[in-house]
Design a protein around this ligand. Structure first.
Ligand code: NDP
Length: 288
């Protein structure tokens, strides 16, 4: 293997230390901790697990965590009322609505109830619009973490060719916009892209966000390219793998994120950082 490992666990640890110090300063100045409300609908084990992870992360850095679990027979109206009330509650700085919602709920209508200044997941159309305009905003956590891995490892981005494979609203598209903001020349590939291998091979920076295990293989990657793998895929034998075939790609890439231990750990810290950002914004400290 020749590629340098972009170690997400180590970076997440460093970012948590930085955040803990920043939150301490905030508390000393304001007299209250930043606070996060997590809204979810009961009955989904994945959302229970995720909420536990977030709660632990909040406790670790000094963010107040509030759980708002609605009963499994809750209605769209009750969900929207909860989000609206939290948006108006001055003691709540960040709101995280667990997605996807169960069948029958309209996620877009629910998201529209969240005050954009409290939208720590960066899913409100206002924040997505600001991101598209290149304005400072709440950036979705997964691509924010990917950028942090690139920037903190001083990977050159300006003028480089980047290919993002995947165009979802929360991962692929915002990642492409963030790379564009850093002056990369960006291509977005997706399931209808013809000759994906050729499109990937053009790139100095390859980003995979497809949910397809080992889609990107070593023969598709330009020697020396930097590879960011957002994929989280659990195989039948229980192993977790990314969208990138790590063994073959690590032979040709200059740097690569492993799965697990790459983008995942950084994502969670980005959420916590957005809570502090939201709290500062609401205390009139303006944009960072
Ligand atoms: P989506 O299913 O919403 O989007 C997948 C994207 O991949 C779509 O744009 C789709 O194209 C494209 N795609 C699917 N198959 C192919 C293919 N064969 N060739 C090219 N493109 C393809 O997934 P998400 O964006 O939500 O998540 C992507 C991955 O990231 C998943 O593995 C998910 O688990 C993971 N993830 C990781 C996080 C982290 O912190 N690391 C957090 C969130 C997600 P089309 O639009 O044409 O359908």
């Amino acid at each position: 293997m020749t590629a340098m490992i972009l170690d997400g666990r180590a970076l997440a640890k460093l970012l948590r230390e930085e955040l803990r110090a920043d939150i301490q300063t905030f508390v000393e100045t304001i007299g209250a901790a930043p606070s996060l409300a997590v809204v979810k609908i009961a009955g989904d084990p994945a959302s229970e697990r995720y909420a536990r992870t977030i709660r632990k992360g909040c406790e670790d850095v000094g963010i107040a965590f509030h759980d708002h679990t609605l009963p499994s027979d809750t209605t769209q109206t009750a969900l929207e009322e909860t989000l609206n009330a939290l948006s108006l509650d001055r003691a709540v700085h960040g709101i995280l609505l667990h997605l996807p919602l169960p069948p029958g709920f309209d996620a877009n209508r629910a998201i529209a109830q969240i005050d954009p200044r409290k939208d720590v997941d960066g899913v409100h159309p206002y924040n997505i619009g600001l991101l598209a305009m290149g304005q400072p905003t709440m950036v979705p956590n997964t691509p924010a973490g990917g950028m942090e891995l690139l920037l903190r490892n001083t990977i050159p981005i300006k003028g480089k060719r980047a290919t993002v494979v995947g165009r979802s609203v929360v991962v692929g598209k915002p990642m492409a916009l963030l790379l564009l903001q850093e002056h990369a020349t960006v291509t977005i590939a997706h399931s209808r892209t013809t000759n994906l291998a050729a499109v990937v091979r053009e790139a100095d920076i390859v980003v995979a966000a497809t949910g397809k295990p080992s889609l990107i293989t070593g023969d598709m990657v330009k020697p020396g390219a930097v590879v960011i793998d957002f994929g989280v895929n659990v195989l039948e034998d229980g192993r977790m793998v990314g969208d990138v075939d790590f063994a073959s790609v690590a032979e040709v890439a200059s740097a690569i994120t492993p799965v697990p231990g790459g983008t995942g750990p950084v994502t969670n810290v980005m959420l916590l950082r957005n809570v502090l950002r939201a709290a500062r914004l609401q205390r009139g400290e303006g944009r960072e």
